[in-house]
Design a protein around this ligand. Structure first.
Ligand code: BES
Ligand code: ZN
Ligand code: ZN
Length: 497
């Protein structure tokens, strides 16, 4: 698909269909809508008068155009709610709704008028990210009733804006949107098609295509390094674990010596292990590698956007299955740092693989660490599917991620991580245990990780509630959301400025 940014008047846009943002306080007889209303013979005033369309968020209305007032032959109005609340998230969603609806009408060339002009490049970026995300379908394995329609081009129109800046924004949006969809595609793959070995192969393909360093550690190398926590999770599975390590090196450094590490949980299927999960909804546990997919997707974008800081991507990948060899509740594992862990529940496996991955990131010289993981069911109880939980040891880093999220329209909510919570993971027979009891499950999981991040500035994102979207919305299909990829890209680019 081609993306463009152009600054022509909307009456002259040469596309099959035009999508225009509309706000609650818009009137059909003034501003942009006035021209459009004339082009559709007054039908916009009609649908507004009849209250068929009130420009609420997500509402749409579709017209065929006749006459010569508009070059485009079809027009889609997209409700965007209150003008004051129209920020990155809403602009991105508008782009998603426009692309999805117009694809369903079999349009091939689409122009979108976002009507947010203060930073035209940024607006174009957000619209294109939204449009590309909106077009993602998780139906790859359908042989019938598959979404076969494809848009050929999406053009963002900001009248009077600098054309070069607009095009740059659109191009950046394409890189980011495609990288988010790459992450979603990985997360959507069933466990049988996305084993640790296949994950590593996909990461290698990305590294080769976009020019990243890559190293994949196998079981033997993990044994040598003493990664007993990661290996303890993998024991029950016939599929060998992989530790994927990707590195982006800028050609010019902003600050030499700085190395930001992204670490993502890559459990390609989480059955719970010997502490077997209930069968209901277990199929969803294919997305338990979303953290790792986020790392690979972010690295994929970073390799193309080329910020001036070095970024390390670490993804510990394993299955979590029961078998005669599997780790049992009560077993003790020795992590790479030498810490001993009593395994109370084999279903709390994410923190185990992350423990060794965080330690390894530090060994490779990470000066700041952000990890992301579908770590706890408890986070959905606390924050639902709206906010991603963020916790950590470095308030600067945490604030940086939250702010970057605001910039691109993703929400994060900080939970506390006082030392008091660490009491809950004290073990009677080892240094720590992998479960902290019923209370504050998301926090005690983070308290466990903190034991391995130690003094290195660290933030943790629990994406268990936000990495899967259900039900579908007008701007997004049901399934993997690719949450945090665009925030991390934004965070990295800000850190490089
Ligand atoms: N992968 C799960 C967490 C999860 C649950 C992600 C639901 C997405 C949706 C994780 O490995 C897990 O099972 N955590 C346990 C921890 C408990 C045993 C302390 C949980 O949250 O129940
Ligand atoms: Zn689990
Ligand atoms: Zn898990």
């Amino acid at each position: 698909m081609n993306v463009f940014g152009i600054s022509k008047p909307i009456t002259e846009i040469d596309a099959q269909a035009l999508a225009v943002a509309v706000f609650k306080d818009d009137k059909a007889d003034s501003g942009v809508l006035k021209n459009l209303d004339a082009a559709v013979g007054g039908m916009i005033s009609d649908v507004m008068k009849s209250e068929e369309f009130a420009a609420k968020e997500g509402e749409t209305v579709y017209f065929h155009v006749s006459g010569e007032k508009l070059k485009a032959r079809r027009l889609l109005l997209i409700g965007c709610g209150e003008r004051d609340a129209y920020k990155a998230a809403q602009i991105t969603q508008m782009g998603g709704s426009a692309a999805r609806v117009l694809r369903s009408k079999n349009a091939k060339t689409v122009a979108i008028v976002p009507r947010a002009g203060d930073d035209a490049a940024r607006t174009a970026q957000n619209v294109i990210v939204g449009a590309i995300m909106g077009l993602f379908e998780p139906d790859k394995y359908r042989t019938k009733d598959k979404e076969e329609r494809e848009l050929k081009s999406v053009t963002v129109v900001v009248e009077g804006a600098d054309k070069r800046a607009l095009q740059r924004g659109a191009d950046r949006g394409q890189i980011i949107g495609e990288s988010i969809n790459f992450t979603r595609d990985l997360a959507n793959e069933p466990g049988g098609y996305m084993t640790p070995t296949i994950m590593a192969d996909r990461a290698k393909t990305v590294a080769k295509e976009f020019g990243l360093e890559i190293d994949v550690l196998d079981q033997k190398q993990m044994e040598k390094l003493g990664m007993g926590a990661l290996l303890g999770v993998a024991r029950g599975s016939d599929e060998p674990p992989k530790l994927i390590v990707m590195k982006y090196q800028p050609s010019r450094f902003r600050r030499k010596g700085d190395l930001l590490a992204l670490v993502g949980k890559g459990i390609t299927f989480d059955s719970g292990g010997i502490s077997l999960k209930p069968g209901e909804n277990m199929e969803l546990m294919k997305y338990d590698m979303s953290g790792a997919a986020t790392v690979i997707g972010t690295m994929r974008a970073i390799a193309q956007l080329k910020p001036s800081i070095a970024v390390l991507g670490v993804a510990p990948c394993s299955e979590n299955l029961p078998s005669g060899k599997a780790t049992k509740p009560g077993d003790i594992l020795k992590a790479m740092t030498g810490k001993t862990i009593e395994v109370i529940n084999t279903d709390a496996e994410g923190r185990l693989v992350l423990a060794d991955a965080i330690a390894y990131a530090k060994k490779l010289g990470a000066t700041r660490i952000i990890d992301m993981a579908t770590l706890t069911g408890a986070v959905s109880i606390a924050l639902g599917d709206v906010n991603t939980a963020i916790l950590g040891t470095d308030q600067n880093l945490i604030d940086g991620v939250i702010d970057a999220g605001k910039g691109v329209g993703e929400k994060f909510w900080q939970l506390p991580l006082d030392d008091d919570y660490t009491k809950q993971i004290k073990s009677d027979i080892a240094d720590i245990k992998n479960v902290g009891g019923k209370k504050a499950g998301t926090i005690t999981a983070a308290a466990f990780l903190k034991e391995f991040a130690e003094e290195t500035p660290w933030a943790h994102l629990d994406i268990a509630g936000t990495a899967w979207g259900d039900p579908a919305t007008p701007y997004r299909s049901k399934g993997p959301t690719g949450v945090a990829v665009r925030t991390l890209i934004e965070f990295i680019e800000r850190a490089a400025r």
